[in-house]
Each structure stands twice: as C-alpha cells, then as structure tokens.
Design a protein around this ligand. Structure first.
Ligand code: 1BN
Ligand code: ZN
Length: 345
C-alpha cells in the first residue's frame, strides 16, 4: 500500500469515528432536552436579565448642558429675596424640575435680619423628589444653594462692595450640575430614591472678623437650617452638597467637617472620583466651612460639602462670572455624582 492510500484509509476511519460519536452526542443532548426542557426557558431568561443588568450603561452627564444652565441663572439677575431675579429664577428652577421629578415643592420661610428686625427675608427652598415608590427604602440627598450673595464684600475694588455678586460659581454652579442630574434621573431611573434640594438664603451671612468687637451677625446657611427644622422626619442615608464647583481651575479637597462627621461618604465619593478619573478631587484635607451641610451634621445626618478650597479669587466679588467657570469642571463633578448614584442599590 502506498503512503497515499494509507493516508486516505486512515482519514476514512477517523471520519467514520467522528460521525458515530457525534450521533451519540446528539442523542445525549436530545435526551437532556427531553428531561430538562421545562428549565431551559427560565434559566435563559435569568441569564439574559443578568447580562442586561450588568451591561446597562450609566447615563452620560453633559457638562455643556449644565454650563448653559449656569449662564441662564446669572442672566436672570441676582437671586436676592424680594427681587425680580429671585422670582424669575425660582420659576425657572421649579419649571425645569417639574419636567423630570416625581414631585416638586416650594417650602417658604421667613428670616428677620439681626441688625434690623423690620427687614424680613422671604426664603424659598425648592425640593424635587425622584423615585418615590414605597419599595424604595434608601434615599440620598443632593443639594446646593440657589441664592446669590447680595453684597460683594470681598471685591478688591472697595467701591463695588455694595453691589450684588453675580454668583456664577458661588451658587449657580452647584444648581446647574443638579439640574443636569435631574434630567438624567428622568432618562434612567436610579435604584435608590434621590431628593434634590435647592436652599435659599445660604449667602446672607457675615464672615466673622476677629479684629471686630463681637456683635450679632447674620448667619450663613439659613435655608438649610429651616429645611432641617421644617422636615424633622427626613433622614436620608447620606447627602452631598455642591458649592463652588464650577471654577475653571477646579480643586476640591476633603472639607474638614465632612471628614470628621461623614468620613465614609467622603471616601465613597473620592473612590468614585478615582474610578472616573476626576482630577479636581484631590486627596488632601482642607479647613471646615460653615456651609449648608452643618444643619444636617448637627442632626447626625452624614452630608458632605464638595467645595473648592482655597476659595477662588472671584469669591464674593463682582467677578464671580461665567467666564471664570467651565463646562469641563461641571462635567467632572457630574460624572462623579453619576458614578456614586448609579452604583447604589
Ligand atoms: C460658601 C460660599 N460660603 C459662603 N459662600 C460659606 C462660608 C461661610 C464661607 C463662612 C466662608 C465663611
Ligand atoms: Zn458665598
């Protein structure tokens, strides 16, 4: 027998063996199908559901949309209680939130100026809730202040210190990020409940001056104090406050009161920042700020403050304008919030 013939014969033997065993395999598969066919559909359904859940992408935060909302707030005028800008901005924010939230409400309150009891500030906290279903037990608070400082007392030009602050960064930036988050919550429902609260009257406070004799001072964070007082049964799992998150050279270290009273939330947020590569979140400790998170910390509700430190040069000046803010900064903060909220179960 030539080599050629041998090869041919061997090939035939092998191919006949394969045919025999594949028939046997097919029979085995058919028998398995016959015995277990009832389980195939549910098992396949579970596998498909798991794949869909694992592969569902998180929604994408749009920093340029948020920047448009920052500019819009500044264009509506200073957000000072009793002014047209305050009224128009309140209408705008409420209308935007109503497009996306399950429930939107305006909580009003009054505050008497400590220097002049006849001067009353009419404050409005704006509250928007997402995912109000009874099956959702965990709620997370996202907040910012929507008012603007009535006087630019830090302006290098002393003649401008009675002018209002445009507050593109100190106020509008946090609100802008949260309006875009609201849009995302309507597009892709998070698994947890979320409440967005815009506080009024955060920025009528007087900065303590150790060189002056102590006299009564208007406080910071009036709106958040009133919110906590008027919503005594509200206990979110945790909260994140945004204040001054829009500067072009954004830099957010870990604020001291947040570390001391809500350290696990700080770690959760900085972990998310590392995951998404948000470089503005620096791994550094900074001083404590008397901001809107304090009212919650006093009640042991862990709320952290994401705030630029050191404060930017534009802080409490007439130069707190959109041109010193950027969509890229808002993008970083929004992307971190998406990572945090959509990881919650
Ligand atoms: C943050 C932005 N704050 C005001 N505008 C809070 C604050 C309170 C900052 C006291 C410095 C001193
Ligand atoms: Zn301020």
């Amino acid at each position: 027998m030539t080599n050629k013939k041998l090869k041919k014969k061997n090939t035939g033997t092998i191919s006949r063996g394969v045919k025999t065993s594949s028939k046997k395999n097919l029979l085995e598969v058919l028998t398995l199908l016959k015995n277990y066919w009832k389980w195939i559909v549910p098992i396949a359904a579970v596998i498909i559901a798991v794949i869909i859940i694992l592969k569902t992408p998180k929604p994408v935060f749009d920093g340029s949309r948020a920047y448009i909302d920052l500019v819009k707030q500044v264009e509506l005028g200073p957000r000072i209680s009793g002014t047209e800008g305050h009224l128009k901005t309140k209408e705008y924010l409420t209308a935007q939130l109503k497009k996306y939230a399950d429930l939107v409400s305006e909580q009003t309150f009054d505050f008497n100026d400590v220097h002049d009891s006849s001067k009353i500030y009419n404050g409005v906290n704006i509250v928007a809730s997402f995912n109000l279903s009874e099956n959702v037990s965990k709620r997370i608070l996202l907040c910012a202040h929507w008012d603007s400082r009535p006087f630019a007392d830090n302006d290098p030009d002393t003649s401008k210190r009675r002018q209002p602050v445009p507050a593109a960064n100190d106020g509008a930036s946090g609100v802008a990020v949260l309006l875009e988050m609201a849009r995302l919550f309507a597009e892709a429902k998070p698994k947890v409940g979320v409440d967005i609260v815009f506080f009024d009257l955060e920025d009528i406070g007087e900065v303590p001056d150790s060189s002056k004799i102590k006299s009564p001072q208007n406080p910071f964070g009036v709106g958040s104090e009133m919110f906590v007082k008027n919503n005594a049964g509200y206990y979110p799992e945790y909260g994140i406050l945004l204040d001054m998150v829009g500067d072009k050279e954004l830099r957010i270290p870990k604020e001291a009161y947040s570390i001391n009273r809500a350290g696990n939330v700080v770690e959760k947020v900085w972990q998310a920042a590392a995951t998404v590569g948000a470089k503005a979140f620096v791994n550094e400790q900074a001083g404590g700020v008397m901001d809107d998170h304090i009212a919650f910390l006093k009640k042991s509700i862990p709320v952290i403050d994401l705030i630029q430190q050191p404060f930017p040069k534009t802080w409490h000046t007439t130069n707190d304008l959109p041109e010193f803010c950027s969509s890229a900064s808002l993008q970083q903060v929004g992307t971190v919030l998406v990572e945090v909220i959509y990881n919650e179960k």
